[in-house]
Ligand binder design. Sequence first.
Ligand code: FSA
Length: 435
Amino acid sequence: YASRKNTRVVVVGGGGTIGSSTALHLLRSGYTPSNITILDTYPIPSAQSAGNDLNKIMGVRGRSKVDMKLELEALDMWLKDELFKLYFHQTGRLDCASSNRVASLRQQYQQLVDAGKGLENSNEWLDSEDAILAKAPVLDRNRIQGWKAIYSRDGGWLAAAKAINAIGAALEAAGVRSRVSGAGSFKRPLFTSDGTMCVGAETVDGSKYYADRVVLAGGAWSPVLVDLDDQCCSKAWVYAHFRLTAQEAAAYKGSPVVYNSDVGFFFEPDENGVIKVCDESPGFTHFKEHQPYGANAPKRISVPRSHAKHPTDTYPDASEKSIRRAIDTYLPRFNDKELYNRTLCWCTDTADAAPLICEHPRWKNFIIATGDSGHCFKLLPNIGKHVVELLEGNLADNLAQAWRWRPGGDTLKSTRGAPAKDLADMPGWKHESVA
Ligand code: FSA
């Protein structure tokens, strides 16, 4: 194995969450900056990345042992790492449930307490409306009747695009090579003449980048670029924004992130008084006939359609209803606010909601790093460290096992409440711009 100094790595999707983190950890591990090449259609933070967002949720949920370990490691970095700590707003996080969902929320709380990581110190079970209102006085008592909640003091929100941007600045300052547009858009891997070993990547403008390792961190575009044997199904989730006056915003400053799987979630206003609201849904697919590299014929694939390329697209009429419902539940005094920047945001789901991070089974040195399943932004500070471990052949067994190549299973439903619906059946979102 060549030394870190001499190993060349191409990161496809280097402008997004997993890709930028990978490039950062290559740099921090002593790889020579000019031997690291990040390719992306857009400059970092890539306008097509789900991470290119006002905010994302931070919290330790610990659904599995592996998740718990990664989330705790990430938390430590969000709190202490000089590059990341500016972007963590530790407002706390409220995970709420009512009626038939209370039992599973209670179980989630017990799991946190039983993990043996001291999480009983940062998590609190809130058994009444009063207890919930004490943590989030901005909520309306009439709208939270019968709710219970977990309050996590170590949760909050992440200034997502700003954090990726900070990685981009660090990469650029160090001299990491970056290519965008046609020169940054992946077309295919390059191989040795026997076709078994990847030696680089070609982009749509015909440029060829030779490397010892190629990492495909294409997010929701990964299954479009390379045949992943149906292990990832890309889906869109939705959000919208509205603006508060300075006076209105003051009361919401420091409010925890409030989440309820029947409703959605919202964040405290940013420094400009902007609140982002999300509904919760199983996501929307966008199936098309498409032939990713490595497939021997076209197949049905959910192909993202980005807001960056289609800025006049919004979201389905049904989403307007569910976003309005979330506002009415959480922020009823703002029911009449005008919404703007209604957007589809693309992630890619695996069947079991664990990422897909492994070497391609037939293409040596071609590494897949995708399948975030909507839960990886919180791992921005550390996910790339483990991609580098994989590159170097020393990824921990439990991570390698969770992230292995594993065809089969239902990616359309994944671990969500229902299978995704297709955007073809959801009117209202598609708006062709008039040039
Ligand atoms: O702490 C978390 O993992 C938040 S997930 C946030 C979310 O919006 C999901 O609720 C949604 O279903 C989708 O996966 C995108 O991410």
